[in-house]
Design a protein around this ligand. Structure first.
Ligand SMILES: [Zn+2]
Length: 200
């Protein structure tokens, strides 16, 4: 779960005409998700549920919380790898890092030990620039073989590109389902690359 809510405060306003209900709620729950959007959706739902209880205790006799406006007014959704992390959810065999546009994600020739999954943004292999990787795509097939080296530089194609680096051997022990999925994506991508190079 690479993303989490940090000190999120949400404004919830009832849209029933004439209703004065408008509150700011701090979400104390530790909300985490695979993407920023997942965390946002979950946090809004939590804020809405909290507001509903409060609204209905005040105005419930007259009407239900009506089509509420829900907006984050302070706080951030951040990568758990960035900055100090509280809690104990730090044992996953993966590391998430964020890159600015043009930053090197992996370097050609360096030891390939991890599989890379794009969580956000774009990753571009320098040797094959039209073969871009976006959210959900994986690269780093050379890491599946022992003692292999990266086949190309891969750079971030836009700011705030987030990449998860997985040690597949470790991941197989802790989350075989995820490891199998990453493996399949890598092989599919490799077959696609081969097909692109075969003249038709
Ligand atoms: Zn109301």
């Amino acid at each position: 779960m690479p993303y989490r809510l940090n000190k999120g405060v949400f404004m919830v306003r009832c849209r029933q005409p004439g209703c004065p209900f408008n509150v700011h709620l701090e979400i104390a729950d530790n909300i985490m998700g695979m993407t920023e959007a997942d965390v946002d959706t979950e946090a809004r739902k939590t804020a809405r549920d909290m507001a509903q209880v409060r609204h209905d205790s005040l105005h419930g006799r007259h009407h239900q919380l009506h089509n509420p406006e829900v907006r984050m007014t302070s706080g951030t959704i951040q990568l758990t790898g960035a900055g100090p992390v509280q809690g104990t959810e730090h044992q996953a065999p993966s590391q998430v890092r964020e890159f600015g546009k043009g930053d090197l994600i992996v370097r050609e020739g360096e030891a390939a030990t991890t599989v890379c999954e794009v969580l956000k943004g774009v990753a571009v292999p320098v040797k094959n620039e039209h073969h871009k990787y976006t959210r959900g795509d994986c690269f780093g097939v050379s890491s599946l073989l022992p003692k292999h080296r990266r086949l190309t530089d891969v750079v971030a194609g836009q700011d705030r590109t987030a990449i998860a680096f997985y040690d597949l051997t470790e991941l197989r022990k802790t989350d075989p389902g995820k490891a199998g999925k990453l493996f399949s994506i890598l092989i599919e991508d490799t077959l696609k690359l081969v097909a692109e190079r075969v003249p038709s």
